[in-house]
Design a protein around this ligand. Structure first.
Ligand code: TXE
Length: 488
C-alpha cells in the first residue's frame, strides 16, 4: 500500500498514528495515511507561529512572497496530472474533473501571487494639522485551514493563496476522507522553497486533530469548509481565543427555470449543476424549480439525460459520474431518498444504489410536487439527487427559492431581461448565475450567508480577510508637547 506523511516545520513525518484510506471505487483500502494527534497539531501550530515571526518569512517583501507563490503555481501546473490521479484514487472524484480542476488550481495560486504586492494600506486626510495618519495592512497571524474531502486541492488553494499573499502562515488540515492529494501537494510547497513552518499540512480526525487545531490559542483565523454541524463546533471552539472565522458551508441551491428559457441549455446546465462531482459539491443546484407549463417537457429531457449518464470507474476519462467518497455518505443518501419517497415524492430517474460496486449511487430525480415535506427538499444530500418542484409565477418561484436556511448559490434561466434582474435582486444567496451555472474564477468572491456560512473566498476580498489594519499616528510638529496638567 502507498504511504503518505504529514508535513510539519518543513519536514515530512509519519504522525502519531496511521489509518487506512479507502478507494471509493472498490470500497477497499489502498493507502496508509498519517494521523495527526494533539502533539502533532501542537508542533504544527508552534512551527507556523515561529515562521510567522521569523525574518525568513516576516522579513520578505510582498513581491518576494508573490514570487514564491508563483513558483508554487508552476509546480502545481506541472504536477497536475499526478495530483489528479491521486485525488481520483483517494476520493472517487472522476479523472475528467480532477484533471481540469487541478490545472485551474494553478491559476488561483497565480492570481494570489500577483496580488501579494497589491494589498495596499491607506493614508488618511486627518483633521489635525500636525499629524500624519496612515493604515498598514498586516497579516493576521497563523491560519488554520480546514477542508472536507471534495476538491481538497481547490478548497485549500482558496485559503492558502490569499493567506500567503497577505503574509500569514498556515496549518492546513486535510479531511480524513481522501487526504492523499493535499499530503502530496506538500511536496510542492517544499520544492517551491517556502521557509519551514510557513505551510504545514496535516490530516487527522475531527475530535483529536481538528478540534485541537481550532481551539489552539496561537491560531488567529480559522478558515473552514465543511458541514454545518462541524461549523458550529468550530465557532464554539473559536470563542475561547476569539479567533476570527470564515465558514464556507453547504447549500440547497435553487435552480430556477422559466417557461421562456432555452430548455435544452437549462437541462444541460441542470445536469452539470447536480451530477458534476457526483453531487458532492457545495454549489450543487439540488432544487429544480420549474414553471408548471414546461415542467413535464423539462423533466422528460432530464430523465433521458440522467439515464444516459455514464457511471463507472473514476479513473476512466469516459466516466461522467463516479462513486461517492464514503459509504457513510451513500447510506445517508439512501435513507433520505427512502424517507422522501415515503412522503410522496415520485421517482423520475435513478434511486437504486448498486450494492456491489463500491459506493456508487446513480443520478436520481425526485418530483416533490406532492411531497412538500420531503426531507430531500431541505436537507443537503451531497450526492447526485435532484428534487423538483413546479411554480406558478415569478413571485411563487422567488418564495420557493428562498424557502431554505442556506444561501450559497442559485441559478436563473430566462430570456426575459427585466425578470432576470428582479430575480437577481430577490434571491437570497451569495452567488446568482443567470443562464449559466457553476462558473468560478480566482477573481470572483465566493461565499454565502445563513447556514451557508460567512466570509468570502476568491478575489481581493479574501486576501484582505487575512489582514488586520494597524492605524499609525505620527506627530510632525517639532514644538514640545506641553505638560497636560498645566492649565493655560
Ligand atoms: O464534513 P465535516 P462531513 C456537508 C455535506 C456533508 C456533511 C457532512 O452535507 O454530507 O456536511 O460532511 C473536520 N473541529 N458538507 O462530516 O465533518 C473534518 O476532519 C474541527 C458540505 O464529512 O464538516 C474535515 O477535515 N474540524 C461542505 C472537515 O472538518 C473538524 C463540504 C469537514 O468535515 C471537527 C463537506 C471539529 N470538531 C461537507 N470535526 C461544502 N461546503 O461543500 C470534523 N472536522
Amino acid at each position: 500500500m502507498d504511504r503518505f506523511q504529514l508535513y510539519i516545520d518543513g519536514k515530512f513525518e509519519p504522525g502519531a498514528a496511521s489509518f487506512e484510506s479507502i478507494d471509493p471505487a472498490t470500497g477497499k483500502p489502498w493507502a496508509m495515511m498519517p494521523e495527526a494527534r494533539a502533539a502533532d497539531v501542537e508542533r504544527a501550530v508552534e512551527a507556523a507561529h515561529r515562521a510567522f515571526l521569523a525574518p525568513e518569512w516576516a522579513g520578505l517583501t510582498a513581491t518576494a512572497r508573490g514570487k514564491l507563490l508563483m513558483r508554487l503555481a508552476d509546480l502545481v501546473q506541472q504536477a497536475a496530472p499526478r495530483l489528479a490521479q491521486i485525488e481520483t484514487r483517494d476520493t472517487g472524484k472522476i479523472i475528467r474533473e480532477t484533471s481540469a480542476q487541478i490545472a485551474y488550481v494553478a491559476d488561483y495560486y497565480r492570481y494570489y501571487a500577483g496580488l501579494a504586492d497589491k494589498i495596499e494600506g491607506a493614508h488618511l486626510p486627518i483633521d489635525k494639522p500636525d499629524m500624519e495618519v496612515w493604515l498598514r495592512r498586516e497579516p493576521v497571524g497563523v491560519v488554520a485551514a480546514i477542508v472536507p474531502w471534495n476538491s481538497q486541492l481547490f478548497l485549500s488553494a482558496v485559503k492558502i493563496g490569499p493567506a500567503l499573499a497577505a503574509g500569514c502562515t498556515l496549518v492546513v488540515k486535510a479531511s480524513e476522507d481522501g487526504p492523499a492529494p493535499l499530503l502530496e501537494f506538500a511536496r510542492l510547497v517544499h520544492e517551491a522553497g517556502f521557509p519551514p513552518g510557513v505551510v504545514n499540512i496535516i490530516t487527522g480526525f475531527g475530535a483529536t486533530c481538528g478540534q485541537v487545531l481550532t481551539t489552539h490559542p496561537k491560531v488567529a483565523h480559522i478558515a473552514f469548509t465543511g458541514g454545518v454541524e462541524t461549523a458550529r463546533h468550530v465557532v464554539r471552539g473559536s470563542a475561547e481565543n476569539l479567533a476570527r472565522t470564515s465558514l464556507e458551508l453547504g447549500g440547497k441551491s435553487p435552480f430556477i427555470v422559466f417557461a421562456d428559457a432555452d430548455l435544452e441549455s437549462a437541462a444541460n446546465a441542470q445536469v452539470a449543476a447536480i451530477f458534476a462531482a457526483t453531487g458532492q459539491s457545495c454549489v450543487a443546484g439540488s432544487r429544480l424549480l420549474v414553471e408548471e407549463s414546461v415542467k413535464a417537457v423539462l423533466l422528460a429531457r432530464l430523465k433521458q439525460k440522467a439515464e444516459a449518464v455514464r457511471m463507472g470507474a473514476p479513473d476512466d476519462m469516459a466516466t461522467e459520474v463516479g462513486p461517492l467518497c464514503t459509504a457513510r455518505q451513500r447510506d445517508r443518501i439512501v435513507r433520505v431518498v427512502a424517507e422522501s419517497l415515503a412522503c410522496g415524492a415520485r421517482l423520475i430517474a435513478g434511486g437504486t444504489p448498486d450494492a456491489d460496486t463500491g459506493q456508487f449511487y446513480p443520478p436520481t430525480i425526485l418530483d416533490c410536487s406532492d411531497a412538500p415535506q420531503a426531507p430531500c427538499l431541505t436537507e443537503e444530500l451531497f450526492g447526485p439527487v435532484l428534487s423538483v418542484l413546479g411554480f406558478k409565477d415569478e413571485e411563487h418561484a422567488l418564495t420557493l427559492a428562498n424557502e431554505t436556511r442556506y444561501g450559497l448559490a442559485s441559478g436563473v434561466f430566462t430570456q426575459n431581461l427585466t425578470r432576470a434582474h428582479r430575480m437577481i435582486r430577490g434571491i437570497r444567496a451569495g452567488v446568482v448565475w443567470v443562464n449559466t451555472y457553476r462558473a468560478v474564477s480566482p477573481m470572483a468572491p465566493f461565499g454565502g450567508h445563513g447556514l451557508s456560512g460567512f466570509g468570502r473566498e476568491g478575489g481581493l476580498a479574501a486576501a484582505l480577510d487575512y489582514t488586520t489594519v494597524k492605524t499609525v499616528w505620527l506627530r510632525t510638529s517639532d514644538s514640545p508637547i506641553p505638560d497636560p496638567f498645566v492649565m493655560r
